[in-house]
Design a protein around this ligand. Structure first.
Ligand code: NAP
Ligand code: GDD
Length: 337
């Protein structure tokens, strides 16, 4: 039985990846941070599963800022595959917390790689690299496009990308970068723009909210569906050789387009509800990300099937259902980013 360690297991991608790995028969170990309130909402359904799959999921306290803990943990687990998904992943927040973002999103990666090297583990390593690394480089972006990060988050991811390549070249580690473009789902964090919009659509349709405050509506993004993107991660670690791959849909939509699609699901005109708030602007913006995923298609046999209009419908539908189930759950929620 293969054994995997997933950092960031409590996040959007960590939860879908864990479902995928358990379904493939893996034993899955997840790194979780201790917090005063529960942060395992996205994985509880697996952890509490009394059947075989739940019995193959193990959670361990730890943190990417704590190198000695990573050594102890890796040594005790001896994983065949390590997926490094843990990060301070919010671009806007990275301008408020640049040092912490560098520590977690950048240095966290070298702590993990160095732990693998020091123990002498024969493991395959996946690094969650990001299209944010391309930043100001014009689209379409592929594996050859120069990096030009526009945020502390993007800069930290560039460091992680290069240190992953360096450990591959210097020590022969099977280490691959997945350069993933934006991917979303009903499990997307509440303060990323797609989920902020689809939650608001559900609440507005239910008469619980009248306005939605947003920043730059002109930004172009290439939005895909998270469950399909975690499959690409897994494929990268099953390849014959380690390499770096863009994962995207090669389609372009503005935030305004996403509003059209999401509000269109409930037959509402978004212009009646959306207001501008400069707090949601960034000191430097990434204007356009559109990914050319031909290499992943050719070498991994990976293609996306859910594109932005369907993605918006999936997310609105899930948020409408969640509101029905939860009753007044979202009434007092405050979205601050
Ligand atoms: P997410 O939902 O924000 O999840 C981030 C995860 O990292 C959470 O489990 C979080 O734990 C954990 N984490 C944060 N700080 C940590 C620390 N110091 N030590 C250990 N764990 C820590 O992000 P996601 O959307 O699933 O993305 C997964 C990864 O892919 C991230 O590295 C992200 O930067 C990258 N990425 C995402 C996208 C995208 O569009 N989603 C695109 C490209 C790359 P808590 O639950 O305790 O906060
Ligand atoms: N979050 C947010 N909130 N974004 C807004 C808002 C708002 O109220 N209004 C407009 N936007 C714009 C942002 O300025 C940005 O141009 C776009 O919507 C998308 O923002 P996010 O959803 O926060 O995602 P991101 O593109 O900055 O970063 C995500 O994708 C990266 C991959 O390209 C994150 O998941 C990163 O972790 C990931 O690496």
């Amino acid at each position: 039985m293969k054994r995997a360690l997933v950092t960031g297991i409590t996040g959007q991608d960590g939860s879908y990846l864990t479902e995928l790995l358990l379904a493939k028969g893996y034993e899955v170990h997840g790194l979780i941070r201790r917090s005063s309130s529960l942060n395992t909402g996205r994985i509880d359904h697996m952890y509490q599963d009394p059947h075989e799959a739940g019995a193959r999921l193990f959670l361990h306290y730890g943190d990417l800022t704590d190198g000695s803990r990573l050594v102890t943990l890796l040594d005790s687990i001896q994983p065949d595959e390590v997926y490094n998904l843990g990060a301070q992943s919010h671009v806007r927040v990275s301008f408020d917390e640049p040092e912490y973002t560098g520590d977690t999103t950048g240095m966290g990666t070298v702590r993990l790689l160095e732990a693998i090297r020091a123990i002498g583990l024969d493991t395959r390593f996946y690094q969650a690299s990001s299209s944010e690394m391309f930043g100001a480089s014009a689209p379409p972006q592929n594996e050859e496009t120069p990096f030009y990060p526009r945020s502390p988050y993007g800069a930290a991811k560039v460091y992680s990308y290069w240190i992953t390549r360096n450990y591959r070249e210097a020590y022969g580690l099977f280490a691959s970068n997945g350069i993933l473009f934006n991917h979303e789902s009903p499990r997307r964090g509440d303060t990323f723009v797609t989920r902020k919009i689809t939650r608001a659509v559900a609440r507005i349709a239910a008469g619980q909210q009248n306005e939605l405050y947003l920043g730059n509506l002109d930004a172009v993004r290439d939005w895909g569906y998270a469950p399909e993107y975690v499959d690409a991660m897994w494929r990268m670690l099953q390849a014959d050789e380690p390499d770096d791959f863009v994962v995207a849909t090669n389609t372009a939509h503005t935030v305004r387009d996403f509003l059209e699609h999401a509000f269109g699901c409930v037959d509402l005109d978004w212009q009646q509800y959306v207001r501008f708030d400069e707090r949601y602007l960034r000191p430097t913006e990434v204007d356009a990300l559109i990914g050319d995923y031909s290499k992943a298609q050719d070498k991994l046999g990976w293609t996306p099937s859910v594109l932005t209009p369907r993605l918006a419908a999936i997310m609105v539908d899930a948020d409408m259902k969640s509101l029905e189930v939860a009753g007044t759950r979202y009434v007092d929620a405050v979205v601050t980013e």
